[in-house]
Design a protein around this ligand. Sequence first.
Ligand SMILES: N[C@@H](CCC(=O)N[C@@H](CS)C(=O)NCC(=O)O)C(=O)O
Length: 204
Amino acid sequence: MYKLYWAPDTGAFAPEVVLALAGAPVELLPVDYHGKEQQGAAYRKLNPMGQIPLLILPDGTVMTESAAMVLHLVDAFPEAGLAPPPGSPERAVFDRWLVFMAVNLYTADLRLYYAERYSTDPAAVSGIKAAATRDLDRQFAIIEEALAAGPFLQGAKCSAADLYLLMLSDWYPAARDLPAIARLRAALLDDPVVFEVRSRYRKD
Ligand SMILES: N[C@@H](CCC(=O)N[C@@H](CS)C(=O)NCC(=O)O)C(=O)O
């Protein structure tokens, strides 16, 4: 049994939706995000960064980092077909986009939503938010271009990278209006499993 520490509106969506599509048994452990439970000593023993998600594998191995969880799970459940086979050129493209999103888009989102953490100077907050917005616009434009053939990042075949993109575009509403991203979102949300998992993370 997997254990996933989760809260609405967080990156736990990515591993949870992969687990759900793979049909893997999972215990969902809610974290009181607004009560800052993730910053408490007990949680930080498991994830010193104090961040959600946190995944515990059936053998007790502890994982942090949503993209690492996705990479692990797509290989643990190859029959789910959520990533190209390891070592293939297609997998290189999958890895590229997943890591691109994790290190660029996700962190730009954190700069936007937790701007006060990125400077010791309170006066800097509005500039940090403006730069994060500029970066998100530029990075989503790169993704939009990559979706030109579409409807998914790797053409006709949907992967976990597309689901990661669904999550990130949920957090940045301006991205949802980009035509190729809107098309991808509609295709993914047509899947009842994806729709159900997302409905516990987002109310919009
Ligand atoms: N790089 C991490 C980032 C995780 C992260 O920042 N999660 C946010 C929610 S989306 C969080 O836990 N924020 C609470 C906090 O920092 O107090 C990942 O991909 O898992």
